[in-house]
Design a protein around this ligand. Structure first.
Ligand code: 5AD
Length: 350
């Protein structure tokens, strides 16, 4: 099995037994993280890309069982940013050196196709040198097309679980696995740099489910992959489930780097939340992106997907200098620029 780690990324399909060993086997994880770090350096050197994350609304019509802003959480304090507020965040972010803005939000029924398109147009007009990423959940293909034509470059939509049965345990029946996958395929075909991803240690997740996640990533080859530990939120049905572990999350980050070598992989906020050095450990295990929070300080605490979510300190975009110091201490450096994915393929429909 020693050879297995050295031979990754494998130029063949791994068996269930090989995947199972890599995910949960008893071996020296540092060797896996080091292997992932070497592959990341081959593709991206020691650069770390930064994205300014703007959480534009905490209203959501969905009811994901794990998420603190789910529709059924009557205790959630909700907010919605105006176009002007979003543009003000971008202005602050641009000054701080961000050249990618990520507009993320719950599936807010008030966000019409046209309103989002207007926001995209306004940002791209003011900052033509910046990339714009949307992360607004499942929408009709037409919306994705209109926003792409308005100038959006990338779209993040975690697949959450590549196992249909497990997906069904995390979501109410109205939210289907098939629809999720259809959205991801639509996004890619339209031409977006597309991000998938999943939580590690979510309730009912078995090793087979993570094997399905790895096989899905291998087949779909997303441009971006977001991976973080599940962290319970006290006002959700999953309040009493344990959080995902640091080691298992780092294992999945490293295996993802080896499975999709040219992907952009964030060291996620959730990883930083479960361990004070989580973000740096993520970078050392193959991640190459950080997404500091650019939302207005007054609402940051309200985008509460899980308990104790970081939004201050070096998680805050204003503290970019402190973040850069920590990243340099880990052996990498923040790079300014759009930070597009390295891809040789383009499956955009003509
Ligand atoms: N723990 C960790 N991650 C969560 N997300 C939502 N709720 C939680 C939670 N309780 C993640 C989901 C979603 C992303 C925006 O946040 O994977 O796609």
């Amino acid at each position: 099995m020693k050879d297995l780690i050295d031979s990754l990324p494998a130029d063949r399909e791994l068996s269930d037994g090989e995947w199972r060993f890599l995910i949960e086997g008893d071996y020296d994880r540092q060797r896996l993280y080091d292997r992932a770090d070497r592959v990341r350096r081959q593709y991206y050197g020691t650069d770390v890309y930064i994205r300014g994350l703007i959480e534009i609304s905490s209203y959501c019509k969905n009811d994901c069982l794990y998420c603190g802003i789910r529709r059924s959480n009557a205790k959630a304090d909700r907010y919605r940013l105006s176009k002007e507020e979003i543009c003000a965040c971008c202005e602050q972010g641009y000054g701080l050196g961000f050249r990618t803005f990520v507009l993320q939000g719950g599936e807010d029924a008030v966000h019409t196709t046209e309103w989002v398109a207007e926001v995209v147009l306004a940002i791209k007009e003011k900052y033509p040198d910046c990339a714009l990423t949307l992360s607004l959940g499942e929408r009709p293909r037409r919306d994705y097309e209109i926003w792409y034509r308005a100038g959006a470059d990338r779209y993040l939509l975690r697949h959450e679980s590549a196992s249909c049965v497990h997906y069904g345990k995390l979501h109410p029946p109205a939210q289907t696995f098939a629809r999720r996958m259809e959205c991801l395929r639509d996004l890619r075909r339209i031409g977006y740099q597309t991000g998938a991803g999943f939580m590690v240690g979510s309730p009912f997740q078995e090793t087979e489910d993570m094997i399905a996640d790895m096989r899905f990533l291998q087949e779909f080859q997303p441009h971006m992959v977001g991976i973080g530990p599940f962290i319970p939120h006290h006002d959700t049905p999953f309040a009493n489930f344990p959080q995902g572990t640091l080691e298992r999350t780092l294992t999945m980050v490293a295996l993802t780097r080896l499975t999709v070598p040219n992907a952009l992989i964030p060291a996620t906020t959730a990883l930083g939340t479960i361990h004070p050095g989580g973000r740096e450990l993520g970078l050392k295990a193959g991640a190459n992106v950080v997404m500091p929070n650019l939302s207005p300080a007054a609402v940051r605490g309200q985008y509460s997907l899980y308990d104790n979510k970081l939004c201050t300190g070096e998680e805050a975009a204003e503290s970019i200098a402190g973040l850069d110091r920590r990243i340099r201490a880990a052996g990498y450096q923040i790079t300014v620029g759009r930070g597009d994915a390295l891809t040789e393929w383009n499956d955009k429909e003509q």
